[in-house]
Design a protein around this ligand. Structure first.
Ligand code: DON
Length: 585
């Protein structure tokens, strides 16, 4: 039997000690510095975008919980300590490989993506624009889908967890109640003028994050008593505490105040969906990843299959010749993604055709090693080409491996930073702006510059197409080798792709695989986005092959665990681009 957790405030002291122990290691590195080794531990590992959240998961593992207990504790804690992206009012995906209580191995993909409210229609945002609401799909109550995170995390815990709900939510409750030192990253977001302007337009967000008219500063104690109450209700009564009763009423009140359309019935009707993960072979391993309504699994399989026919390793890691091939495969896959993918429960997706070996072989053969194919020449290329507004993107990923080799990979989001910026007053949680992931207005680019088709049109109850790609890699015997994922909108897919290639094709060490500079192409706009560390000669090599190259801000905030095939040591690699932590024992 797992031992009970220490009572608050002893738990707070533990969490703080654990979290602080990681800060020096995570803050010390940078993308430019020589790659340090990953954080190693013999038994178990949690890697998350924020140290307290990693500590909450690690605490569960130290107390005898399994990877699901740890992941759920980390997920709820992120809602407290990383309000930029951690959430109760958003959604996400969990991919897991675990042994259940009978010792049977389970692989599943839990879909707790938000759904469109029953009153949503395909022309919702076109009409809103006509009425003068120019940012209705990204800002305010109308941009929110019905939240899925509480139902999803509790469903995972109910099915496969071993610790009681009160224990698993304990760290989140303590941190919300007593407060914690505001993190550098969240403080930076709060100071960012465009984000501040929107948060200050919402009375609840303004009161919470700018209590004296100024953003809460790094290091200041950040308390969230309303959120603590909400979490205590969830710990005591389960999902009903969130989807029915007082908190649901407060959510609907926030809709009434902010012009949103989520009803009590929408909340009561929300259900997470257990799906079969996508599993496919690559480089002697199995890739276990997220099926639709994520586009991640489909695109990963397409791109990796196209690339298998090309001599990437010989061309060299991040050489212009290798990057060119990767970009061409990305371009082809995103053309399909944007035109054909959507919620599989609402539209028939041509997956047989998109994943057909002959089709992918032909796509691969159509790549000219010397020359870029203009996106306009590819199917889907008839959609209008526009400049992508490159929003500051936020979502978050966490990875867990426990002592038994169980693995859990979760990516969760409010979509944009702080989601819709709408705080549910009295309940203390932020609502997502996930409705913008639909093709909200025909022909118009969304927050991430994606232009998408009818398959991803808004419909009541439908899930918007996602790029989130929580992934697990196993070896030929089915043992977990890696658990990985990142935020970044559409760059999630191409970043996960590059880390897989870095590990399995280019043979990079785990931390180097994460730190290495990344590139991205998404069919439209027709340009290769590169991080600034991609050297000038490599960019020139891409330009010589006919690519438009655009430098952009950092890509992603990767959280990787790699399990050494010989020793079984867990190696946690958190991304120096973010402020995360790897913790294990
Ligand atoms: O589901 C999606 O694809 C997006 N809502 C993810 C947004 C995201 O990753 C933003 N973060 N960096």
């Amino acid at each position: 039997m797992p031992r009970a957790l220490p009572p608050h405030p002893t738990m707070l002291a533990w969490l703080t000690a654990l979290a602080l122990a990681t800060v020096s290691s995570s803050a010390a590195s940078s993308v430019e510095a020589a790659d340090p080794p990953a954080h190693e531990a013999p038994t178990s590992m949690v890697v998350a975008a924020e140290p307290f959240a990693a500590a909450a998961g690690e605490l569960m593992l130290e107390r005898g919980g399994n990877a699901i207990d740890a992941a759920v504790a980390t997920g709820f804690t992120l809602a407290v300590t990383y309000p930029v992206a951690g959430n109760l009012g958003g959604g996400g995906f969990m991919v897991a490989q675990i042994r259940d209580s009978e010792g049977i191995q389970r692989r599943f993909a839990l879909d707790f993506r938000e759904t469109a409210p029953a009153a949503a229609t395909a022309d919702l945002y076109v009409r809103a624009r006509a009425e003068g609401l120019l940012d209705a799909s990204t800002f305010g109550a109308l941009s929110a889908g019905v939240p899925g995170s509480v139902a999803g995390l509790l469903e995972a815990l109910r099915r496969y967890g071993t610790l009681p709900r009160e224990v698993v939510l304990g760290p989140a409750i303590s941190l919300a109640q007593s407060g914690f030192p505001m993190t550098r990253r969240t403080a930076e977001f709060l100071r960012t003028p465009s984000i501040r302007e929107q948060l200050e337009r919402d009375p609840g967000s303004k009161a919470l994050f700018y209590p004296d008219g100024e953003p809460i500063a790094e290091g200041a104690n950040f308390r969230q008593p309303d959120l603590a109450k909400t979490l205590m209700g969830i710990a005591e009564f389960g999902p009903d505490a969130f989807y029915r009763g007082e908190i649901a009423a407060l959510t609907v009140l926030a809709m009434k105040r902010g012009g949103g359309i989520i009803t009590l019935a929408d909340l009561e009707n929300y259900r997470p969906v257990m799906r079969l993960p996508m599993i496919f072979p690559f480089a002697g391993h199995s890739i276990i990843t997220m099926p639709p309504p994520s586009s991640g699994g489909v695109c990963l399989k397409q791109i990796l299959t196209m690339l298998e026919r090309h001599p990437l390793a010989e061309l060299g890691h991040n050489s212009s010749a290798a990057l060119h091939l990767m970009v061409e495969a990305m371009r082809r896959s995103f053309a399909d993604r944007n035109a054909f993918l959507g919620d599989p429960d609402f539209v028939t997706l041509p997956l047989d055709r998109l994943l057909d070996a002959k089709y992918l072989a032909a796509q691969s053969a159509s790549i000219n090693p010397a020359l870029a194919t203009p996106s306009d020449a590819l199917p889907g290329g008839s959609l209008p080409s526009v400049q992508a507004p490159l929003e500051k993107e936020e979502t978050t990923h966490y990875s867990v491996v426990d002592a038994h080799g169980n693995a859990v990979s979760v990516t969760t989001t409010l979509n944009g930073a702080f989601g819709s910026k709408t705080l549910v007053v009295g309940a203390g949680y932020l609502l997502n702006n996930e409705m913008d992931d639909f093709a909200a207005e025909p022909g118009k680019a969304n927050l991430y510059g994606l232009i998408q088709g009818d398959a991803n049109a808004v419909a009541p109850g439908k899930r918007p197409l996602s790029s989130m790609t929580p992934t697990i890699i196993t070896d030929g015997n089915g043992n977990v080798r890696a658990v990985l994922g990142t935020p970044g909108g559409p760059t999630i897919i191409t970043n996960v792709l590059q880390v897989i290639l870095n590990l399995l094709v280019f043979g990079l060490e785990p931390q180097a695989a994460v730190n290495a500079p990344k590139v991205h192409h998404q069919h439209l706009p027709d340009r290769v986005q590169v991080e600034k560390e991609i050297p000038a000669d490599v960019r020139e090599g891409l330009e010589r092959r006919g690519h438009a190259v655009a430098e952009r801000s950092w890509i992603g905030d990767f959280q990787l665990i790699y399990v050494d095939p010989i020793t079984g040591v867990r190696k946690g690699a958190t991304d120096p681009r973010g402020g995360g932590a790897a913790l294990g024992h």
